[in-house]
Design a protein around this ligand. Structure first.
Ligand code: PBG
Length: 310
């Protein structure tokens, strides 16, 4: 009766990995219990999500090596994996489910960075923003409901918002990965999208220093001023203080991404017989709500929705 924070399936966004083929399910070794699905399987997951009361899916493509390039131009192709998956979901479920699409070049670049690089490998902010705008427009044209830039380039929210308006996509939302840290917790994700083998170096010139909290507030302020509808803090549990500060300062919807390394830690503890999966899943999700988050991106979304008795 006195409980302050409540988790429901409506709080969950389910990240899914897309792969080529038909009838394909490829388990991701680094994420036990998570698979890459071909487009038909993605449509089936969308139907499952609707039945479970999950309101939104987040899509990430595993682009074949031969379609990756230095400039990541596959991101602009209207028939890339991401666009085919969006169309399949919309065909299967229409507006019963939202589709959130990641904007960043790392699933498409031969070097695994989120943007274009110079000869020294330094990621070029402004040239990258032009590509990201094209990528976002491509996703919106395929039917994406929410554009989620995860690249951390400066100025991309304003550029994407303006381009969406000009192209007639006024109702497409932007959820910006506003405070995204250069984190060790993304390792399993990079395996899942196939960028870990090719990535040289790190992403510290554009993702944030885990030591900085005030900087997160400045990043969020910029993205909101530029037109973000919603902001995200990422990773999740190690950065609950940031989610809380953002919520208190800006009073906007804040989402947290319980990232791949966090999922893998829970699964490793379960595999070691050290802890109870269901209890940890529900406790961590409750902690996000208590911290002030509107919702959580989690690979445990379908499992959690079942536990919550949808
Ligand atoms: C790509 C992107 C990453 C994640 C989401 N979008 C990885 C990265 O920035 O290297 C991580 C998600 C996860 O670890 O679950 N820009």
């Amino acid at each position: 009766m006195h409980r302050e924070a409540v988790v429901t399936p409506a709080d969950l966004i389910w990240p899914l990995f897309v792969t080529e083929g038909e009838g394909v399910e490829e388990p991701v070794a680094a994420l036990p219990g998570v698979s890459r699905w071909s487009v038909d399987g993605i449509a089936a997951r969308a139907r499952e999500a609707v039945a479970l009361g999950i309101p939104c899916l987040a899509l990430f493509p595993n682009t074949q090596a031969e379609r990756r390039s230095a400039d990541g131009r596959e991101a602009l192709s209207p028939d890339n994996l991401m666009c085919r998956a969006i169309r399949a979901i919309k065909q299967a479920c229409g507006d019963d489910i939202g589709v959130l699409t990641d904007v960043a070049l790392d699933p498409y670049t031969s070097h695994g960075q989120d943007g274009l690089i110079d000869e020294a490998g330094y990621v070029l902010n402004d040239a990258t923003v032009d590509m990201l705008v094209g990528q976002a427009l491509n996703q919106a044209a395929a039917g994406a409901d929410i554009i989620a830039p995860s690249d951390m380039m400066d100025g991309r929210i304003a550029a994407i918002r303006t381009a969406l308006e000009d192209a007639g996509h006024a109702n497409v939302q932007i959820m910006s990965y506003a405070a995204k840290y250069a984190s060790a917790f993304y390792g399993p994700f990079r395996h899942a999208v196939g960028s870990s083998g090719v990535l040289k170096g790190d992403k510290k010139t554009y993702q944030m220093d885990p030591a900085n909290g005030e900087e997160a507030l400045r990043e969020v302020a910029m993205d909101l001023a530029e037109g973000a509808d919603t902001v995200m803090v990422k990773p999740g549990l190690p950065y609950l203080d940031i989610a809380r500060r953002v919520k208190e300062r800006f009073e906007v919807p804040v989402f947290a991404y319980q990232v791949s390394g966090e999922y893998a830690m829970i699964e490793a503890a379960v595999a070691a017989g050290a802890a109870d999966r269901d209890a940890m899943v529900l406790e961590t999700l409750t902690a996000f709500k208590r911290a002030g988050c509107s919702g959580v991106l989690t690979y445990h979304a379908a499992h959690a929705a079942r536990l919550l008795g949808a």
